[in-house]
Design a protein around this ligand. Structure first.
Ligand SMILES: N[C@@H](CCOP(=O)(O)O)C(=O)O
Length: 494
């Protein structure tokens, strides 16, 4: 069996998983995919009898086959250690009749930590055989940025540059990034939205002249976004581990199907669930939950992906995305590897702003994926009812998913709602959703009031932000992002 990755848009260029991780994105702008995905299955009975670490080693062993077992074992130990506030890493807890998969127990209080505590380990192993310095260039709508900064800060021969949309992340998300210390980090706000940042980052990766100038100094660029297969693969683990927790608790019988509801903008988190299904996890449905930027929900309903719509700023900012990168991978797998089709759909998206998939392809997608949307009012109502009726304090992204899950007709399956961030990253919106007047209150006053109102405690890494100096104040236009990356490389590596 071949164990290579290639682009979603062409099969000509085969690379190992280490090379795919180092590159981040394929040279033709496609995303790395593997035709052998799904040929090797996880042993579900074994998964149910073991913990998160062992499952992580096995998932990564399948998805990243050119890493040696001992390399992966070391990566897993380093990624999932005492920086997590629970040894379970991603515990599953009851949520009324459903279940909550808590993904926010890592150092930056968001699900991104599961992959971004791992990616620097994977990158370091891959880099050892390559020799170049690596600058990680990342676009964020709020959570990926801080998780990438935390993961890569201080990693030898590696730098990290993060771009976020000015004024479009929460106060806490902003401070998490703006206070990040480290000689190898750079943070810059951009005038625009997340899509502007992500599109420009992709243009930077495709800029051959820039690549040559950097190569002359021994520097290569890579990505910490879910376009990088090294970001995606670690996220598969928590789907299996959640299933194992439910099986051990007697909630599901071995082999019984489970539904997962995932709040998603860039489609990475829910695609990891699809990878888990391909690796043998009994998945009934993957429910895609959108906020007002409901381009994915429209697509799964109609087969037309149309980004020509107003970009909405919502109280779930990490999902404020209209160009959803990882859908490209799903199109590849669901079209049985039709690179030509994927390339033409992506060309349509770039040139016309929309594409329409063939009916048969849509039907295949709808067999696996359900969808729904929740606007800000529904999100606030869900935060309030989940707290008042179930005693669970959830963040706005989780509330979007919970609201969507509540609206999906019950089919008798056990249902798991992915909880992607700590509510304290969005203290003022969560406090307001609970009915408190937050006018005139600072973000930290809201955090304190939320603790008082609920008897819960903000993670120390969030409440401690108030004592840290702001180190990053750069703001630039989209057109200047390439120059910012180049100057970051010069500062970090030369
Ligand atoms: N929701 C993300 C946006 C980028 O998505 P990614 O999963 O591709 O990194 C964020 O919070 O930054």
């Amino acid at each position: 069996m071949n164990s290579f990755y290639h682009s979603t848009r062409s099969k000509l260029d085969s690379v190992t998983s280490k090379q795919a991780i180092l590159r981040g994105i394929a040279p033709d702008g496609g995303l790395y995919v593997a035709d052998w995905l799904g040929q090797t299955k996880m042993d579900l009975a074994a998964v149910c009898a073991q913990g998160f670490h062992q499952t992580a080693r096995q998932v990564l062993g399948i998805l990243l086959p050119d890493y040696a077992e001992d390399e992966l074992a070391a990566c897993v130990e380093a990624a999932y250690g005492s920086q997590w506030d629970t040894p379970a890493v991603t515990p599953v807890t009851p949520l009324g009749a459903d279940w909550l998969l808590e993904l926010y127990h890592g150092p930056t209080s968001a699900f991104k930590d599961v992959a971004l505590q791992m990616l620097p380990q994977l990158m370091s192993v891959a880099r050892a055989g390559d020799g170049r310095d690596v600058m990680i260039v990342t676009a964020t709508s709020g959570d990926t940025g801080k998780a990438a900064l935390d993961g890569f800060a201080g990693v030898p021969h590696t730098g990290v540059t993060v771009f976020y949309p000015e004024g479009k992340v929460s106060d806490v998300q902003h401070l998490q990034m703006a206070t990040q210390a480290g000689d190898n980090v750079a943070v810059c706000a951009i005038r625009g939205n997340f899509d502007d940042a992500q599109s420009e980052v992709k243009s930077i990766f495709a800029d051959e002249a820039l690549a040559q100038r950097l190569a002359a100094s021994g520097v290569a660029l890579s990505s910490a976004n879910s376009i990088n297969v090294g970001r995606l693969a670690p996220q598969v683990t928590y789907y299996f581990d959640a299933y194992a927790q439910l099986e051990r608790a007697g909630v599901v019988k071995l082999g019984e199907k489970v539904t997962f509801c995932v709040p998603t903008g860039n489609f990475g988190d829910v695609l990891a669930g699809y990878y888990a299904k391909l690796l043998g996890l009994p998945v009934a449905r993957l429910v895609v939950a959108s906020n007002k930027n409901d381009v994915l929900t429209d697509f799964i309903t109609t087969g037309t992906y149309d980004r020509r719509r107003d970009f909405a700023k919502t109280i779930s900012p990490s999902m404020d995305i209209l160009v959803s990168s990882n859908l490209e991978r799903l199109l590849y797998y669901m079209s049985d590897g039709d690179c030509e089709l994927v390339a033409s759909l992506m060309a349509d998206l770039g040139e016309k702003g929309f594409y329409q998939v063939p009916e048969g392809l849509l039907a295949k997608i709808q067999e696996v994926f359900a969808c729904g949307r929740a606007d800000d009012d529904a999100t606030r109502a869900e935060i309030a009812s989940t707290w008042n009726e179930l005693g669970a304090l959830i963040d706005p992204h989780t509330a979007v998913a919970k609201s969507v899950l509540d609206a999906v007709p019950a089919d008798g399956t056990v249902r798991v709602c992915l909880s992607t961030a700590s509510p304290y990253k969005f203290s003022s919106d969560v406090l307001a959703a609970l009915g408190q007047d937050t006018s005139g209150m600072s973000g930290f006053a809201c955090m304190d009031a939320l603790e008082k109102a609920t008897g819960t405690t903000a993670p120390a890494q969030l409440s401690g932000l108030r004592d840290l100096p702001v180190l990053h104040k750069d703001v630039c236009d989209r057109a200047k992002m390439g120059a910012f990356v180049e100057s970051s490389c010069a500062r970090v590596f030369l």
